[in-house]
Unconditional design. Structure first.
Ligand SMILES: [Zn+2]
Length: 176
């Protein structure tokens, strides 16, 4: 008698379990329909986001444009890992450096590397190659002239390509 009772209980439990599973599947399908609707709404707000808050001008060479300085300056990490500072006029055109000077500190936080810049006639170029460390923090100090107060720009030198704008992540103009 007892064995039969237990067997019946197992059957009942199993059928409840499968019923619950079936119900769960239906629910998931229903959620999927709802999800595609949500996805459309998400795309709308995403577009608004891009147009209103994150539209930025790229530097003339696809680098990071620093506008807290006048004239503005583009920071670019070249393929040879030297940093290049290109000054930019109000129309976004590159202009030769005049009296500007710059230094930087970068690399691992435990062993920072001091970087100095010298003019090559068309831009200020770092005299040292930057360490090959993905995402290293960099602190740039730039002065319009040796007498001017320094402008300090800090960011992480993330070099992977942004999927939104196709620029290096440190130079991203789309806010992704
Ligand atoms: Zn981007």
């Amino acid at each position: 008698m007892n064995t039969k009772k237990i067997y019946a209980t197992i059957l009942l439990t199993a059928s409840l379990f499968f019923a619950a599973c079936g119900g769960h599947d239906d629910h998931t399908e229903h959620e999927d329909h709802g999800h595609s609707h949500d996805g459309t709404e998400g795309a709308h707000s995403h577009d608004d986001h891009q147009h209103t808050e994150f539209a930025k001008d790229p530097g003339p060479n696809g680098g990071r444009l620093i506008t807290s300085l006048d004239p503005a300056v583009e920071f670019l990490l070249r393929d040879d890992r030297h940093a290049q500072l290109t000054f930019v006029d109000a129309d976004g055109k590159a202009i030769a450096p005049s009296k500007q000077i710059a230094t930087a500190v970068t690399g691992d936080r435990m062993s920072p590397v001091n970087i100095t810049f010298a003019s090559d006639g068309s831009a200020l170029v770092s005299e040292q190659a930057l360490p090959d460390t993905e995402g290293q923090p960099i602190i740039l100090t730039i002065q319009s002239s040796p007498e001017a107060s320094p402008v300090i720009e800090r960011f992480n030198l993330k070099t992977y390509k942004c999927s939104g704008c196709g620029l290096a992540e440190y130079a991203c103009i789309c806010g992704h």
